[in-house]
Design a protein around this ligand. Structure first.
Ligand code: ADP
Ligand code: MG
Length: 339
């Protein structure tokens, strides 16, 4: 007799959870990305004890139709891809259909949703990925997901969780960057009943910077803009006198996706020439856009890397755009007009 077994869904989901759900911040990320994909203009995030006790994400997006509520927790169940052609023109943040089943597999999860305008919705509850309650409720269009007791059934993972402060730090870091990427969405983050961040959704990145860092910092940020045949850049960078002790306050988005890339960070820093003090780094939010064929965004759920086919050109472009912007701002005198 052969010895190969097909794993049942529950085990498969727990294994996938190991990749998708590294820590509470990854749950926040997956839930919020679903809210964004659902076209939400308002997203409220409420967490307790660094997310380890509970994570609630409530949105005003399109909601999930009654027939789809259970399917949303099946593995590889997604409304965002229909066939393999779609895989090469992904416009949504999610598409793998893995987040909900993975999160549900390692927590107690409640989902409330409504996809209609009549105030009628559905609530489901799952424990360790198993549905045990489904009922009709009164609910306004949108979706609310509450995740409790994260990793209760995977003690090894739970043991790896750092302090409440560390987990909270990861969540704040993620929500800050997200708010910068989506200034059009009103985002709020509450921890243990205390408001940490609230953006208005008025579309202004400098207002979001103010919400995150305070208005005095926001006032020391200057706008950057640049464009050539291949790349377009926009965003805000701090004046050289406003710096931080690490690079954590540099956020770069490529075609709307947050990426971590050492070379692009360095290009930004080099653009400051000699104006930064040693071991001090700017605050910056840069949005880069380019033809999707020029960038390979690694779509592994936990990785934020990207590779560029015109890498050296891109690096030069960023460095020059920053240099030009700062030069414009340091040499205040108006150009002399020759009559
Ligand atoms: P993916 O985002 O890759 O499609 P998920 O497991 O994250 O997979 O979600 C499964 C499906 O559930 C989504 O494709 C979407 O149809 C639905 N869904 C999840 N969250 C929301 C939400 N907040 N609003 C509307 N639909 C949602
Ligand atoms: Mg998703």
């Amino acid at each position: 007799m052969g010895k190969i077994n097909l794993l049942d869904d529950q085990i498969a989901n727990q294994i996938a959870a190991g990749e998708v759900v590294e820590r509470p911040a990854s749950i926040v990320k997956e839930l919020v990305e679903n809210s964004i994909d659902a076209g939400s203009t308002k997203i409220e995030i409420e967490i307790r004890e660094g997310g380890l006790t509970s994570i609630k994400v409530k949105d005003n997006g399109e909601g999930i139709a009654e027939d789809d509520v259970e399917k949303a927790f099946f593995r590889h169940a997604t409304s965002k891809l229909k066939d393999s052609k779609d895989l090469f023109r992904i416009k949504t943040l999610g598409f793998r259909g893995e987040a909900l089943p993975s999160i549900a597999a390692v927590s107690s999860l409640t989902l409330k949703t409504s996809a209609n305008n009549y105030g009628r919705g559905i609530e489901v509850k799952l424990e360790g990925g198993k549905l045990f309650e489904k009922k009709e409720i009164a609910f306004v269009k949108g979706t609310e997901i509450i995740v409790e007791n994260v990793f209760y059934n995977t003690p090894a993972r739970l043991k790896y969780m750092k302090s409440l402060q560390t987990e909270l730090g990861h969540i704040i870091d993620y929500v800050n960057r997200l708010s910068l990427a989506y200034p059009n969405i009103a985002i709020s983050l509450v921890h243990n009943g205390r408001l940490i961040l609230r953006t208005t959704g008025n579309g202004k990145v400098d207002h979001v910077l103010g919400a995150i860092y305070g208005t005095s910092v926001a006032k020391k940020m200057i706008e950057v803009k640049g464009e050539n045949l291949d790349f377009k850049l926009s965003g805000f960078i701090s004046k050289p006198e406003l710096t931080r002790a690490n690079k954590n306050h540099i956020t770069i988005f490529v075609n709307g996706r947050y990426i971590k890339n050492y070379l692009l960070n360095q290009a930004l820093i080099r653009g400051y020439k000699t104006s930064l003090m040693v071991n001090r780094f700017p605050i910056a939010v840069l949005h880069l856009s380019m033809d999707p064929t020029l960038v390979d965004v690694n779509v592994h759920p936990a990785k934020l890397e990207a590779r560029f086919s015109k890498e050296s050109e891109l690096i030069k472009f960023i460095e020059q755009a920053i240099d030009k912007t700062l030069n414009r701002h340091t040499f205040i005198p108006e150009p002399i007009k020759v009559p």
